[in-house]
Design a protein around this ligand. Structure first.
Ligand code: PMT
Length: 410
C-alpha cells in the first residue's frame, strides 16, 4: 500500500516510476528521488544502460529503497517485477532526464529496451523532463517528437534556459528537481474542471490581400494549445478553435481549424453558448483588407496603401451572449500592460483577463516561456515566467477557482 501524503492541501496517493536516461543531468534525478520520498511517495527507478555510465544504480537503490530496474530480457528482474507489472504499478511515469534519443523512441513507439517498453505499456500519466544540448533541443526532429508526445497526452516539464555542461548557453537544461517534484505532486489539483466544457481559441489569423499574400502576426499557438491541453488534463471536454499553426492538437480535443478572423468569429460564436468557459488566447487580426483581389497585386510606383476595416470582436461578443460562458480574455501589450488589460476587462465585460508582455526577448509570441498578470473585478494574481505548459496549468487552476467563487457569490 503506498503512503498517503499531503501537498498543496490535497491528500494524494502515489507510486512514482522514475526512468533515468543517459545524460549529465542524471545526477539531478538522485535529488528528485529524495524530494519525492520526503513527500511520502513510493519511488521505483528504471535506468538505461547509458544512464548507468553517469550515475551508479546503487545511488538510486539507496535513495529509493528498492532495487533499480534496467533489463528487459533478464529472467531475475522479470521474476521480481516484470515490465508489465512495473507499468501497472505506476501512478505516474516520469522520464528525467529524457534524452533526444529516448524522446524519439517514445514518440515513434519503438520498444527496444526496458524504459521505452515501459513507456508503451504505461497507461498512467506520463511526464518527461528533457535535457540535452541546446542545438539538439532546437532541431526540428526533436521539436516534432516533442509535439507528437504532447499530442499523445505526455506532459513536458522544461527544459530551462541557461549554461550547459557542454559549455553552450540556451534551452536544454533539465528543470530543477524541486520544480519537477512540485509539478508531479500538484497534478491531482487538475480535476478542477471535471464535467465542464471549455472552448479555447489559439494561434494567429490570416487576412488575405490576394491569392498569395496575407496580413498576420507572430502567434505560434503554443499558449492556446497548452491551455487546451491543461483544460483536458483538468477533466474538461475541450473544443479548440485554431488559426494556422504548426502544432498538433492534443488527442481528445475537438479541433476546428480556421484561417481568417471572420472564420474564427463564426466558429467561436456558434460554439460559445454550449460551453462553460471560453478562453480567447488567439491573436485575432483587429483589421482586415476591405477588398481581397482575385489576382496577385502587381508591383506599382514607390508607395502603395491598403484600406482595412475593423474585424468583429469575438471576445466582446461572446461576453454579450445571453447564455454566456465564463469569459477569459488575453491582452498582449508592448507598454502600459496593466492599464490596457484593466481597460479591456471592463470594456469587453470579461470575467478575467490574462495580460502578457509581447515584443520582448522572453515570453509572449512564439516563445517557449511566458509570464502573466491576471486581473478580475476585485483581484489580481501574477504568474511568474515559466514554460507555457506549466503556466497554462496554473491559469486553468485559477480560472476554475474564480469561476467557483463567482458562482458562489452570484
Ligand atoms: O501563440 P503564442 O506564440 O504562444 O503567443 C501567445 C500570445 C501572445 C498570442 C497570447 O498569450 C496572447 O496574448 N493572445 C492574445 C493576443 C491578442 O490579440 O491580444 P489583444 O490585446 O490584441 O486582444 C485582446 C483580446 O481580444 C484577446 O483575447 C483576443 O483574442 C481578443 N480579440 C481581439 C480582436 C478580435 N477581433 N477579436 C478578439 O476576440
Amino acid at each position: 500500500m503506498p503512503l498517503l501524503f499531503k501537498f498543496t492541501g490535497i491528500v494524494i496517493n502515489k507510486h512514482i516510476l522514475l526512468a533515468v536516461c543517459g545524460g549529465i543531468a542524471a545526477y539531478k534525478s538522485a535529488e528528485l528521488v529524495r524530494l519525492l520520498r520526503k513527500q511520502g511517495a513510493t519511488v521505483r527507478v528504471v535506468m538505461t544502460h547509458a544512464a548507468m555510465q553517469f550515475v551508479s544504480p546503487l545511488t538510486f537503490q539507496a535513495l529509493s529503497g528498492h532495487p533499480v530496474h534496467s533489463e528487459l530480457l533478464d529472467a531475475h528482474e522479470e521474476q521480481a517485477m516484470n515490465h508489465i507489472s512495473l507499468a501497472r504499478w505506476a501512478d505516474v511515469l516520469i522520464i528525467a532526464p529524457a534524452t533526444a534519443n529516448t524522446l524519439a523512441k517514445c514518440s515513434h513507439g519503438l520498444a527496444d529496451d526496458l524504459l521505452s517498453t515501459l513507456y508503451l505499456a504505461a497507461s498512467c500519466p506520463v511526464y518527461v523532463a528533457p535535457a540535452m544540448n541546446q542545438a539538439m533541443w532546437h532541431k526540428p526532429t526533436t521539436q516534432e517528437n516533442i509535439q507528437r508526445l504532447k499530442s499523445h497526452g505526455v506532459t513536458v516539464i522544461g527544459p530551462e534556459q541557461g549554461d550547459q555542461a557542454c559549455g553552450e548557453t540556451g534551452f536544454g537544461r533539465m528543470s530543477e528537481p524541486v520544480d519537477i517534484c512540485r509539478r508531479l505532486l500538484a497534478e491531482p489539483a487538475a480535476h478542477c474542471l471535471s464535467g465542464l466544457k471549455v472552448l479555447v481559441s489559439a494561434g494567429p489569423t490570416r487576412e488575405p490581400l490576394d491569392p498569395v499574400r496575407y496580413i498576420s502576426n507572430r502567434s505560434s499557438g503554443k499558449m492556446g494549445y497548452a491551455l487546451a491541453e491543461a483544460a483536458l488534463k483538468a477533466g474538461a471536454e475541450v473544443t479548440l478553435v485554431s488559426g494556422p499553426v504548426a502544432l498538433s492538437a492534443p488527442f481528445n480535443v475537438a479541433l476546428i481549424k480556421v484561417e481568417t478572423a471572420a472564420q474564427m468569429y463564426a466558429a467561436v460564436i456558434s460554439q460559445a453558448a454550449q460551453h462553460d468557459i471560453y478562453i480567447g488566447a488567439a491573436a485575432v487580426a483587429d483589421y482586415s483588407p476591405i477588398k481581397v483581389e482575385a489576382e496577385k497585386i502587381k508591383k506599382q510606383g514607390g508607395q502603395t496603401s491598403l484600406t482595412l476595416q475593423k474585424t468583429q470582436d469575438i471576445l466582446a461578443d461572446v461576453a454579450q451572449l445571453e447564455q454566456r460562458p465564463f469569459t477569459v480574455g488575453f491582452a498582449a501589450e508592448t507598454h502600459d500592460l496593466e492599464r490596457y488589460a484593466q481597460d479591456k476587462l471592463l470594456r469587453k465585460n470579461l470575467d478575467m483577463i490574462a495580460a502578457n508582455w509581447v515584443g520582448r526577448e522572453l515570453g509572449g509570441f512564439d516563445s517557449e516561456q511566458n509570464a502573466l498578470q491576471v486581473f478580475w473585478k476585485n483581484g489580481r494574481k501574477n504568474l511568474a515566467m515559466t514554460d507555457k505548459n506549466h503556466l497554462a496549468e496554473q491559469l486553468i487552476g485559477l480560472i476554475a477557482e474564480r469561476r467557483e467563487d463567482e458562482k458562489n457569490t452570484a
